[in-house]
Design a protein around this ligand. Structure first.
Ligand SMILES: NC(=O)N[C@@H](O)C(=O)O
Ligand code: NI
Length: 168
């Protein structure tokens, strides 16, 4: 069984897979007569296909604990997908580039520890693991595509990958 090391989530490290939605380190400008800081366009939605829309939903993720096993990834070919914590729960993100066989390139698997004040916006078609909230039930705002068409490819990985802990 292979082990994946958890990386800290940064805009730069996550850039091939999506955008990081966070206030820390992000540019802002004042609005509302200076009473509000607007952190503008931290991510962009990307949806394709007939009759589709971008929807704002919420998700309540079960509490998971280490060690974790990663056995599959999914992707949404028709739309981006954002998870933004609204109960300060940390979570784990696992992503992979697409391979020549149009499946996850497991040699490029990356795992990230995501703080409860960070969100992610997966680019359309990015291979990622479903939501894994750590240590507590977590509520998230989800921004993704709704509409007709097949928008979730799931693939079992060639082997099981273990996540041992935040600093393991
Ligand atoms: N299906 C859904 O809303 N969530 C998954 O796509 C996921 O990435 O957790
Ligand atoms: Ni998803």
């Amino acid at each position: 069984m292979a082990t994946l090391k958890l990386e800290a989530l940064t805009k730069e490290a996550f850039a091939p897979f999506g955008e990081v939605i966070e206030i820390a380190g992000s540019d802002w400008f004042p609005i509302n007569k200076g009473t509000t800081q607007r952190y503008h366009k931290l991510g962009l939605t990307d949806v394709v296909g007939e009759d589709c829309q971008v929807a704002i939903s919420m998700a309540r993720g079960d509490a998971f604990n280490f060690p974790l096993e990663v056995t599959m990834l999914e992707r949404h070919p028709l739309g981006s997908q954002a998870f933004i914590p609204c109960s300060n729960a940390p979570f784990v993100v696992v992503v992979a580039p697409n391979g020549a066989d149009d499946k996850p390139d497991e040699s490029g698997l990356r795992a990230f520890w995501v703080e409860g004040n960070q969100g992610v916006n997966y680019f359309r078609g990015t291979w990622h693991h479903p939501l894994v909230t750590i240590g507590q039930v977590g509520d998230f705002i989800v921004v993704d595509r709704v509409g007709p068409g097949h928008n979730c490819d799931e693939v079992d990985l060639k082997q099981v990958y273990q996540l041992l802990g935040k600093d393991a």
